[in-house]
Write a new protein. Sequence first.
Length: 284
Amino acid sequence: MTTAVQLKTRELKPGFGAEILDVDLARADADTLAGVVDTFHRHGAILLRGQEMTPAQLVDFVALFGEPEDHTQTQFTLPGHPKVFVLSNREVDGKPIGAHNDGVGWHTDYSYKAQPVMCTMLYAVEVPAEGSDTLLADGCAAWNALSPERQKELDGLRLHHSYQHFMATREFGRQELSEELKRDNPDVEHPLIRTHPADGRKALWPSTGTVTEVVGMENPKGLELVDELVEFMTSEPFVFRHKWQVGDILMWDNRCTLHTGTLYDDTKYFRTMHRLWAKGDAPY
């Protein structure tokens, strides 16, 4: 597969994602970087291995995809770099330097916002020898695998998302929100089936954690439907499992995927990642 600048790529899994080969992001020219962005929009996720990027370079890179997004929780942003969020189990002077076990459970980032983030980027600084894989589920492939009759039943349904519900019920990092966070993160509704603005392809777009109901459908029936669709979308045929190496940059398109982190032995290993987001637009 090639772009106008002849990028060498290979699929992450059949029909989904692209590993971009032989590109050094810190030294790439503008045409090459434009090819990287184009590849992302067409493939749902991209992977570039062996990168050496400073926090400032990471921010400049994610800005090619859209305006860098702020983080709802700011206590673990990198000092001097508020757009860079630290995921880590390390402590310095008895205090954690990052969020630990953040992102475990199938979801899409910022689904509780009126304009969820368009893409998520993780940069691997420190990686356990085992565990801590990241899994991506392909919503487009899952949608295309449904029968036309099932597609017709689902298209047009809307989901109610709540950040307050998510933070009160999540498995890791549960907390009671301040009045400021409640005010800044009101509940929203989004379509269950999302259309990708790059080419009009449709994706199954459920989530766990933030969803409280299918609008107009009584619970438990509504949440059972959501659970059923998440289970379908995250079944083996639609999932890519990424095993991390130091220097990896993995970016996924939140408009057409779900993702989850996986656990690791945090008594034996350390893990440190830098996470950045690019702003998105209202789902439709």
